[in-house]
Design a protein. Structure first.
Length: 233
C-alpha cells in the first residue's frame, strides 16, 4: 500500500477527482483512485519498441501499441511529408523505445514518477541518424482517464486535457538533476478515447504530466503552511 497508496488487492487508477474535475488532495498529496481493475490507465504500460523507415517526401502515421499481452494503442506519431530528412541524404529510420524503470525512477522524470503525476506512457522517439526537421510532426499519447464509476466522458476528457501537458527530456538516462521542459498544450487526439495530441519540433523522450495534481498539492501545502504560521506555537 505504501508504494501505490491503495490496498494490496486494489490498483491505483490515477488521482481521485471531485465533481468539477479537480484533483482531491489528502495528506498533502493527490488521493489515489483505488479500484479492482483500471479500464483506462495507460501510464503503467510500456510501448512496444519499433523501428520504421521514413521515406523522403512521403507522409507516415505510426501506431504504437503496448508491449507484452496488452494490445492497447498507446501512441501515434503523425509525420507529414518532409517532416524528417537525413542530413546526408540517406535513409532515416524512426526508432520508438520504452524508458527503463531505472530511468523513470532516477532520471529527469523522477519527481513526476515518484509523485504519481505521470498520466501517459513514457516514450522515446528518435531517428537512427542525424536529421533535419522540416515542418515538424505531431505526437499523440494515450492518457489515464479513469474515474470511480468507469471512464471519463468526452466533456470530462476535455476538462482533463486543460490540466495536463506534454513534457520532454533530452536524455532520459541522465540523473534526476537534469531538467524536463513543457512542450505544448494538449488537444484531443485519437490514440485512445482520451489522448493528448501536441506538435513536436525535436526528437527525444516524452510523457504527459498532470499539472493539475501538482498545482492542487502545492496549493494545499501552502495553505497548511500559512495556517500553521498564523496559529503560532
Amino acid at each position: 500500500e505504501a508504494k501505490t497508496g491503495c490496498p494490496a488487492t486494489m490498483k491505483n487508477c490515477g488521482p481521485e477527482r471531485d465533481a468539477n474535475g479537480a484533483v482531491v488532495i489528502e495528506n498533502g498529496k493527490p488521493k489515489p483512485l483505488c479500484k479492482a481493475t483500471c479500464a483506462a490507465v495507460f501510464s503503467s504500460l510500456e510501448p512496444k519498441a519499433v523501428s520504421t523507415a521514413i521515406e523522403a517526401g512521403v507522409a507516415k502515421n505510426l501506431d504504437i501499441t503496448a508491449e507484452g499481452g496488452e494490445s492497447k494503442s498507446l501512441a501515434k506519431v503523425l509525420l507529414p511529408a518532409g517532416a524528417l530528412t537525413s542530413e546526408t541524404g540517406g535513409a532515416v529510420n524512426l526508432v520508438v523505445t520504452p524508458v527503463p524503470d531505472s530511468d523513470k525512477a532516477h532520471g529527469p522524470f523522477a519527481s513526476f514518477t515518484n509523485s504519481s503525476t505521470l498520466r501517459s506512457p513514457m516514450i522515446t522517439v528518435k531517428p537512427d541518424v542525424a536529421v533535419k526537421i522540416g515542418a515538424g510532426f505531431e505526437l499523440d499519447l494515450a492518457v489515464d482517464a479513469e474515474k470511480a464509476d468507469g471512464v471519463m466522458s468526452e466533456a470530462e476528457c476535455t476538462a482533463l486535457l486543460s490540466s495536463i501537458a506534454p513534457y520532454s527530456a533530452d536524455d532520459a538516462s541522465a540523473g534526476s538533476e537534469s531538467k524536463t521542459s513543457r512542450v505544448a498544450s494538449c488537444t484531443k487526439g485519437t490514440a485512445s478515447d482520451c489522448s493528448c495530441k501536441f506538435p513536436v519540433r525535436h526528437l527525444t523522450t516524452f510523457a504527459i504530466v498532470d499539472e493539475g495534481s501538482i498545482v492542487a498539492a502545492d496549493k494545499v501545502a501552502a495553505q497548511e503552511f500559512a495556517a500553521s504560521m498564523s496559529s503560532g506555537p
